[in-house]
Design a protein around this ligand. Structure first.
Ligand code: SAM
Ligand code: SF4
Length: 362
């Protein structure tokens, strides 16, 4: 089967629109505010669109047409954009993701450089864990604060089927190494799929509690390259809560979740002892767009205001065309001012974005 194309030519890129004068209705604020009263302080940076796994809900078995190398931002370009975001736009949190971010050769140096910026953001990494055991110490020493490691099953055969690679031991090694390196709290990202791994929710929570990790169950979203997402088979937050209730007592965690997407629950044993917390990210069934504090950068330098955006703003062309930091910051503000109120997954007119999750940066 030929690789699935990203279909990028059909993406509406808007360097010119965003590069014009600020819209008259945008208030004079240095921050990334939008017209619905939100402010973006959390920057998601995709370091690469490539990956060494082929999770069935994310990528086809043969992979995708990867971005051509010249299109990918260099380390210096990336660091410059993060400096602009933290110096001028009020970003205080950066999450590195992908594709698989550990495949980016310069990752340790990028993190070291960001740690040395005048307004150092908190830094975390979302990874499938392959190769983390070798790099965890260096990443922590460079300034990485914590990691999310993706693990959808505890069973070797299932993991191999689900990711199309027999690498579950690497993930267990990654969890141990991340804890040893102090990249804590270590969070586990899990996507449950009906009749695939949805029977494992309580086991995954028990595993996490035993080792001091925190599981976050993520509802499957329509962001797969094959456009095979089906609302009818999606495992909902409500179903996850019901499955956990068979083994644990859940109650809402006392701290409000602020901009964080996960609804946090305290997990108690049948006898009432507090065992830890679990997170549920109900992006589809209980959208949290009203509290969104995200702004996103793809590996090829396209700014997205939302995972589900159908438009992008080309910052790479500005970086390479000699724009000043102030000009780039202003384009970023204008793009964010135009952020839509929600992702629209539940609207009848919803259209899945052309880029899949792996090419946006999940
Ligand atoms: N490769 C890294 C990893 O797997 O952690 C980082 C990128 S991956 C796109 C980030 C997260 O998105 C992973 O936890 C993955 O399980 C999740 N993910 C991928 N496709 C998804 C989908 N269609 N719906 C919900 N979550 C998804
Ligand atoms: Fe790769 Fe992460 Fe997508 Fe799995 S979810 S294929 S690890 S990018």
């Amino acid at each position: 089967m030929p690789p699935v194309s990203l279909g990028l030519p059909s993406v509406d890129r808007r360097p010119d629109a965003a590069a014009g004068p600020a819209p008259a209705d945008r208030p004079d604020s240095p921050f990334l505010i939008d017209s619905y009263g939100r402010r973006a302080t959390d920057l998601r940076v995709s370091l690469t669109d490539r990956c060494n796994l082929r999770c069935t809900y994310c990528m086809p078995a043969d992979g995708l047409d990867w971005l051509p190398t010249p299109d990918v931002l260099t380390d210096d370009e990336l660091i410059r954009l993060i400096r602009i975001a933290t110096d001028s736009l009020g970003v205080d949190e950066v999450r590195f993701t992908g594709g698989e971010p550990l495949l980016r050769k310069g990752i340790v140096d990028i993190i070291g450089a960001v740690a040395g910026l005048p307004h150092r953001p908190r830094m975390s990494l979302t990874t499938n864990g392959l190769g983390l055991a070798r790099k965890a110490k260096a990443l922590a020493a460079a300034g990485l604060d914590r990691v999310n490691i993706s693990l959808d099953t505890l069973r070797r055969d299932r993991y191999a089927e689900l990711t199309r690679r027999d690498r579950i031991d690497d993930v267990f090694g990654a969890l141990t190494a991340a804890t040893a390196a102090g990249l804590t709290p270590v969070k586990i990202n899990t996507v449950l799929m009906r009749d695939v791994n949805d029977d494992e929710a309580p086991e995954l929570v028990a595993f996490a509690l035993q080792h001091g990790y925190q599981v976050r169950f993520i509802e499957q979203m329509p962001l797969d390259a094959g456009h095979g997402w089906d609302r009818g088979t999606m495992v909902t937050a409500e179903e996850i809560q019901a499955a956990l209730a068979g083994r644990f007592r859940l109650s809402p965690h006392r701290e409000p979740r602020a901009g964080a997407p996960a609804e946090l629950f305290d997990v108690r044993s049948g006898g009432g002892d507090l065992l830890g917390t679990v997170g549920i990210i109900a992006s589809v069934s209980r959208p949290f767009c009203g509290d969104c504090d995200r702004t996103r950068l793809t590996a090829d330098g396209q700014l997205r205001t939302c995972l589900f955006s159908r438009t992008e703003t080309d910052l790479r062309v500005l970086l390479r065309g000699g724009s000043t930091d102030d000009e780039i910051a202003n384009v970023w503000r204008t793009a964010m001012w135009g952020k839509l109120p929600g992702h629209g997954i539940n609207d009848p007119s919803f259209l899945q974005p052309d880029r899949p999750m792996s090419a946006i940066g999940g």
